[in-house]
Design a protein around this ligand. Structure first.
Ligand code: NAP
Length: 475
């Protein structure tokens, strides 16, 4: 069994307890990670604050060079990292390799973008004055990451915070802490000074409360459920801790009758089934224009029924297990509830085997209004199709949700592509593009999908304070 310590203030420590890490494909424990409690989190924040003074005075180019060195260490261990991600999370190995490659790209993008975090000189309105606006690091950052993309979603926070000049405490999800430990080894190899990057594995609410209540922790960046996001907002209401929140989604995917059939079909498969359907931007509600509904339905039954399901490390596997038994029970309950209301299961709809949390890839139609899988994230390889008649109706239906993270449109009509993408209430719209996230463009949610943006230029701004310096008596 593999054992990992926690990386705190430049040292690998044994911690107070151990967290067992399960492989969701087998249900077996394959690793243990040391975990810490609130006192250690407090010490980590103190140490990070201590490291801040020296880290913030480096030039952005120097900090960027550290990020490049981390990227290079990670690239040299890409296969090992991808295997760990597959073992702790369950996703197919090729997708885990994609996650590592995207993480490297985030590091390299932010290494350069840090140098372009410009302020500005503003023309004065009164004689004798001069105005400058400068950008400064916000201070110690608490980064809280989910289990579904355990590496890339953590580094979407860590890379911009570090390059902006902020020390970071990373709290990975308890189900998937190993990729964070391996990443810390890369940080250590890159020679990043002690205290600048630390990993705090442990009880989420203890660590979260310390981040919220410790005045030296100036910012929390969280990716996870809307439910936990609301708890952080409630806590921050007491302390005014700045928050960036990447929360849940309920993405619509709209296929118009003029769409390219093969492109849209492939787009549905990627947007829904990537990452075992456990993606915050997964296509949760698939709207297909009525004249082509049957054609897509038949093709999807065939594609979904032939997906290869299995342990992510096996060759050619396309769908792995869900993250745990609870996730499987939740989706089976959602499917049952829809079926009780009249939904029809055209593929899957049941558990596969008795070892590991596998759902047979599922396709549902005729899901009634008010069904859970219409209102909430399905977070599993289960697609639901809805027919629609016209553009106005489908835009209304697509926007009829409290979430607004991502949306997809498939059409070959350019005017319609603009009209619909501008009308959709979502932070990212993929037009004929089922995988729109990229290092150089902002990502985040409208409505209850979150606050703020990651990636792109905005990704660094999240870790900067803006200061106005006004000079008087300049004649
Ligand atoms: P989660 O249960 O909210 O957990 C996310 C992280 O928050 C984990 O590290 C968890 O730690 C921690 N946490 C739990 N309770 C906490 C508390 N009281 N204070 C501070 N931290 C706390 O979410 P999840 O189940 O891992 O992820 C799935 C959800 O994330 C879905 O809703 C999905 O849509 C959303 N998501 C959003 C995005 C986005 O970019 N908008 C991306 C990916 C996922 P423990 O694991 O130790 O409990």
């Amino acid at each position: 069994m593999k054992k990992y310590n926690v990386y705190l203030n430049g040292e690998w420590l044994e911690g107070e307890q151990q967290i067992q890490v399960l492989n969701p494909a087998t249900g077996e424990v394959f690793a243990e990670v040391a975990s810490v409690g609130r006192d250690a989190a407090k010490k980590a924040i103190d140490d990070a604050h201590e490291a801040f003074d020296q880290w913030k005075i480096l030039t952005a180019k120097e900090r960027g060079n550290y990020l490049k060195a981390i990227a290079s260490a990670l690239e040299s261990r890409a296969d090992e990292m991808a295997e760990i991600i597959t073992m702790e999370n369950g996703k197919p190995l090729t997708q885990a390799k994609g996650e590592v490659a995207m993480t490297v790209d985030h590091l390299l993008w932010f290494a350069e973008e840090g140098r372009r975090a410009y302020g500005r000189v503003v023309p004065q309105q009164m004689d004798g004055k001069r105005h400058m606006v400068i950008k400064q690091p916000v201070g110690v950052v608490g980064a809280i990451a989910p289990w579904n993309f355990p590496l890339v979603l953590a580094i979407r926070k860590v890379a911009p915070a570090l390059v902006a000049g902020c020390p970071v405490l990373l709290k990975p999800a308890s189900a998937t802490p190993l990729s964070a430990c391996l990443f810390a080894e890369c940080v250590e190899e890159a020679g990043v000074p002690k205290g600048v990057f630390q990993v705090v594995v442990g009880n989420a609410s203890e660590i979260g409360n310390e981040m919220l209540e410790n005045p030296l922790c100036r910012k929390i960046s969280f990716t996870g459920s809307t439910e936990v996001g609301r708890k952080l907002i409630a806590g921050a209401a007491r302390t005014c801790t700045e928050l960036s929140l990447e929360l849940g989604g309920n993405a619509p995917l709209i296929v118009f009758e003029d769409a390219d059939f093969e492109q849209a079909l492939e787009g549905i498969m990627i947007a829904k089934f990537r990452n075992n359907g456990q993606s915050c931007i997964a296509a949760n509600r698939i709207y297909i224009q009525r004249p082509v509904f049957e054609k897509y339905k038949d093709a999807l039954v065939e594609r979904i029924s032939s997906l290869k399901v299995g342990e992510g490390l096996e060759d050619a596997v396309e769908i792995g297990p869900l993250v745990d038994e609870q996730a499987l029970s939740q989706v089976l309950e959602m499917i049952d509830e829809a079926v009780r209301g009249g939904a029809i299961v055209l593929a899957g709809g049941k558990r596969l085997g008795d070892q590991g949390a596998f759902l047979a890839p599922t396709l549902l139609i005729d899901v009634p209004d008010g069904a859970l899988c219409r209102q909430e994230e399905i977070f599993a390889p289960a697609a639901v199709l809805y027919p629609f008649d016209n553009e106005e109706e489908v835009i209304r239906a697509a926007n009829d949700t409290e979430f607004g993270l991502a949306a997809y449109v498939f059409t070959t009509d350019l005017n319609r592509a603009f009209r619909v993408s501008e009308a959709l209430e979502a932070g990212t719209v993929g037009v004929n593009d089922p995988a729109p996230s990229t290092s150089n463009c902002p990502f985040g949610g409208f409505k209850q999908s979150g606050w703020g943006r990651e990636l792109g230029r905005e990704g660094i701004e999240a870790y900067q304070e803006t200061k106005h310096i006004s000079l008087g008596g300049v004649f």
